[in-house]
Design a binder for this molecule. Structure first.
Ligand code: ADP
Ligand code: MG
Ligand code: MG
Length: 888
């Protein structure tokens, strides 16, 4: 039979699975000989058994009794003894700390009789004893018996008003006794039963309440969102009470071993005299900074400093702690590795290295790509005077400023005339898409991180704050009202911070990130954070096996990507080379009726494209540039079919029929498709439209030849999109080779190049071995591969059913954000094996957006790709995560 209870003296910090985070760390502090009030932990296993069977395991009560007896022996007191009571706290503590879990109940063991014992025990401190008892009643009433906490707050507020008391400290012993009676009545009225007087029953009920709190709605939602497994259960910690509320020589506090906001060295914290438990964070009275403790109680302060140094050395990380001082004696009540901002994470990591506590590999594990990304977004200038309107969830990062608009049509109209707008809605739905695209930011008052607004905003990279519940949004009246009564109407400027969830009134100035400035070569704003980031990045570059390339289509983007550390271009799209003032040439090509017209159109495009490539090769001199031949369906380059039909009809009616427009309309009709994503695109286009790929190849290779002549070092790689079979690829490859031979001949020297393919269709995955026979490289197009594997198109589904799927947990995260390992990932793995089986030196990369996603990068490292390619802005994130993947 398993054991369900462990003494604090038995466990250690590595037993979080069994003892929960709080229990494991209490055990660790006990092991270290720190002053922890004795107690024991009921394991997560007991909780799991309780939840599975709907009742406590048979042996649990007996085991608790045994440990309680031991505790009573150690303390020389008995739980709830009327003369000299032992009191305990009951605290939840899962492996991961979780909002929604049961709050702590302090002072268990007090009842109408033992409260008198506590008076005697404290040398006649009646006020203290009744203060402790009334706290038990409200905590127990609220968390174990489910009475709303307002019921208790109303009572204390009423009493304070009656007595003219400014703070709870002004209430006398008699007042608190009266309050206790009032709380007893409150419990009776709300639950139909009396507060249980029997101490052991109090304990049992509190333990059960902790178990039950695992399944509260809030905890369940939180777990789903944070991807915490639902079957872990929580531990319960039962510890001897120590009292910070017995006088001014007592108190309670919280502290950090360094600043969790900036990472700066030096302890931080708050202390509150004559207080218990949560008082210090509840804002009941004003706390003092931790440093003031030095004058209040020097001995305790010094001891606390020693303990904090011990903990930091022991955990080799920033720790946060909770402590209580009872009549000049210091007690440690909690510690854990503390949460911190992104900025602090980098700084702390490298400073711990400098202090010799960790090495650089470890430092690399202490930061994340997501944290780096946070530091790369433009930030609001914090020195600016500003008014906070409200706060919501940080659904999609960034800083956005614009005029508030309350409907999609207005958003689109105002944006079209060049204004920045923030679309404000209660919640969004697929009808709002147009407005979301047009807006610089999105703000909703309802819904969480998987709401429609959040999912779509993240997909588009739009800044979004969602679920700002304190804002009362009135879409009809085109305004919202904040909790302090401020009204924001259509057209008023607001600023939203998608990284923190804050909503500000007016225009908050935005400043470029210092980290980005550093990457851009501007050292003028370098600070401790920037220097820390630079050092971590250096180490990541040393450690990583994966190369990092960028997706870039212009010389500017290429140059920027290079400054950000890209080692080449993994995807140079050529679509934009057919747009703008070249549209007309493309139209000529498409409507051409004779061979001559057709060739003339291509000939006109050739020099323009050559020039495009020239600039890109120059920016990426010495590094590979993977150029994808044209991929989208041709009708994307032609006028809209309906517009054109209307135009032609008008012209016909007016008797001014224009044969050019007629021809165009015919072409548009001919190229029209029901499912363009599955239609005439990619390699199919190259095969169906002779000359197109040859023209592009010639432009690429002539540009390369020109660079060589100019002393440059171009490394073109030609990539064929949407290949499904080896035959398709072979046809195109032969054409490319033919052009290459001609260019070599004309140039009089060899122009180096490679030819490979995208792997973005499931069929290409299955045929990877035969395709690899002639392809020199594969680049996984994971956007298309995801669409084709799941059978849905991103543009349609992200705004329709994705939020429902995320809410119901069918997707842990959108498969367009993080590669779906089990499905799409399995295909990638298969293609890697098949391809390398035929050609061991097959060069492998990925150019879908997943190439910049931290979790996906770890997967790509695992399956042995050579590089990832992502947008220039994500390049640093990819470098960092690739480093973490290797060093981890
Ligand atoms: P949380 O998980 O919300 O931090 P805790 O279990 O740490 O909740 O309890 C909150 C506070 O209650 C602690 O910070 C501490 O001040 C107080 N507390 C808990 N156990 C004891 C105890 N045995 N003696 C005195 N105070 C306690
Ligand atoms: Mg705590
Ligand atoms: Mg594609």
């Amino acid at each position: 039979m398993g054991r369900y209870v462990y003494d604090f003296a038995e466990g250690n910090k590595d037993q979080k699975d069994l003892l929960g985070g709080k229990g494991a760390n209490l055990a660790e502090m006990t092991r270290l000989g720190l002053p922890v009030p004795p107690g024991f932990t009921i394991t997560t296993e007991a909780c799991r058994a309780y939840l599975a069977d709907g009742r406590e395991p048979d042996s649990l009560a007996e085991e608790i009794d045994r440990h309680l007896a031991l505790l009573e022996q150690t303390m020389g007191r008995t739980l709830g003894d009327p003369d000299d009571p032992l009191l305990v706290s009951v605290r939840s503590g899962a492996k991961f700390s979780m909002p929604g879990m049961m709050d702590t109940v302090l002072n268990i063991g007090l009842n109408d009789r033992s409260v008198e014992g506590l008076v005697r025990q404290s040398g006649g401190n009646e006020r203290f004893a009744w203060d402790s008892y009334r706290r038990l009643l409200s905590m127990f009433g609220e968390t174990v018996l489910g009475v709303h906490k307002d019921a208790f707050e109303d009572e204390i507020d009423r009493l304070k008003a009656e007595r003219g008391a400014a703070s709870d400290l002004d209430l006398t012993a008699d007042d608190l006794r009266e309050l206790t009676r009032a709380y007893e009545r409150t419990i009776r009225e709300h639950t139909g039963r009396d507060f249980p007087q029997e101490p052991r029953e109090q304990l049992a009920l509190a333990v059960r309440a902790v178990f039950d709190s695992w399944n509260t709605e809030r905890a369940t939602i939180y777990r789903r969102r944070e991807r915490i497994p639902t079957d872990l259960g929580t531990a319960v910690n039962v510890g001897t009470m120590v009292f910070g509320n017995g006088g001014m020589d007592s108190g309670t506090g919280v502290a950090f071993t360094r600043d969790p906001a900036t990472g700066a060295q030096g302890v931080y914290g708050d202390y509150l005299q004559n207080a218990q438990g949560e008082d210090v964070v509840a804002g009941i009275r004003n706390t003092v900074p931790l440093h003031d403790l030095k004058t209040i109680d020097k001995a305790c302060f010094d001891q606390l400093m020693d303990i904090m140094a011990t903990l930091e050395h022991h955990y080799r990380d920033l720790c946060d702690i909770e402590f209580t001082i009872e009549h000049g004696k210091l007690w440690m009540l909690q510690t854990r590795v503390g949460k911190r901002t992104a900025q602090a994470a980098f700084r702390i990591a490298v400073e711990l290295v400098d202090e010799g506590l960790i090495d650089m590999d470890e430092a690399l594990q202490r930061v994340t790509g997501a944290q780096l990304a946070t530091l790369m977004f433009p930030q609001f200038n914090s020195e600016h005077e500003r008014h906070l309107l409200g706060r919501g969830m940080n659904a999609s990062p960034g800083a956005a400023v614009g005029k508030a608009v309350f409907d999609s049509t207005t958003a689109a109209e105002w944006a079209a005339r060049g204004e920045d707008v923030i679309l404000v809605r209660r919640e969004t739905n697929p009808d709002d898409l147009k407005g979301m695209v047009a807006a610089t930011g999105i703000l909703t008052s309802r819904g969480g991180k998987t709401s429609h607004a959040a999912v779509v905003a993240r997909g588009m990279g739009r800044t979004c704050v969602c679920g700002a519940e304190s804002l009362d949004v009135d879409v009809k009246a085109r305004r919202f009202t904040t909790s302090d009564g401020t009204v924001v109407s259509e057209g008023d400027v607001i600023s939203i911070n998608g990284t923190t969830g804050e909503v500000w009134q007016g225009e908050v100035p935005v400043m470029a990130s210092h980290v980005v400035r550093h990457f851009e070569g501007d050292t003028s704003t370098e600070d401790a954070t920037v220097r820390a980031v630079a050092r971590v990045m250096d180490h990541a570059d040393k450690r990583r096996r994966l190369g990092v390339h960028a997706n870039a289509d212009t010389p500017d983007d290429a140059a920027r990507a290079r400054r950000f550390g890209a080692q080449g271009i993994g995807l140079c799209r050529t679509e934009h080379m057919f747009l703008g003032d070249r549209r007309e040439l493309v139209e000529h090509f498409i409507v051409a009726e004779t061979r001559e017209e057709h060739d003339a159109a291509l000939d006109a495009l050739l020099p323009l494209q050559r020039k495009d490539f020239l600039g890109i090769f120059e920016a990426m001199d010495g590094l590979p540039v993977t150029v994808r031949l044209i991929d989208p369906p041709l009708h994307e380059f032609l006028p809209d079919m309906t517009d054109l039909a209307v135009l032609v009809a008008h012209e016909d009616d007016a008797g001014k029929a224009d044969s050019k427009h007629h021809k165009m309309l015919e072409a548009v009709k001919r190229l029209h498709e029901q499912n363009p994503m599955l239609g005439l695109r990619g390699v199919r286009l190259g095969i169906a439209m002779p000359g197109l790929f040859a023209m592009q190849t010639r432009a690429i290779l002539e540009a390369a030849a020109e660079r060589i002549t100019a002393g440059g070092d171009p490394r073109p790689e030609i990539m064929v999109p949407l290949v499904a079979t080896a035959e398709e690829f072979e046809l195109v490859r032969a054409e490319i080779e033919k052009v290459a031979a001609e260019v070599t001949e004309e140039a009089g020297f060899e122009v180096p190049y490679a030819v490979g393919t995208m792997i973005e269709l499931p069929r290409a995955v299955l045929a990877a071995d035969s395709i690899a026979k002639t392809a020199q490289f594969f680049s996984f197009g994971t956007n298309d591969l995801t669409q084709m594997t799941w059978g849905f198109s991103r543009d349609d589904v992200e705004s329709s059913f994705f939020s429902a799927y995320l809410d119901k947990g069918i997707f842990p995260v959108s498969p367009f954000e993080t590669l779906d390992r089990d499905g799409v990932g399995a295909l990638v793995r298969y293609a890697v094996e098949k391809g390398r089986g035929v050609r061991p030196d097959l060069h492998l990369g990925v150019c879908g957006e997943h190439g910049g996603d931290p979790e996906s990068i770890h997967f790509f490292d695992e399956v042995g790709l050579d590089y990832v390619s992502c947008s220039p802005f994500r390049v640093p994130v990819a470098r960092l995560e690739a480093g973490r993947a290797s060093a981890g």
